[in-house]
Design a protein around this ligand. Sequence first.
Ligand SMILES: [Zn+2]
Length: 63
Amino acid sequence: MESITQKRCTLCAKTFPATREFFGHYARNGNFKSNCRECERARVKAWRKKNPQKATFIKSSTL
Ligand SMILES: [Zn+2]
């Protein structure tokens, strides 16, 4: 039986399996981010609110 490494989110302190399902990862080196997807989403949302012009630019450049 394969055991999945658990990883703790540094923001919400919840523990999730260290998989791409729960943690985003850096495209450059493949390492998982220190915060879970949910916190990452909240972080990005807050950032977009703070930087609406930049967020619009990123959105239009990635779509
Ligand atoms: Zn989290």
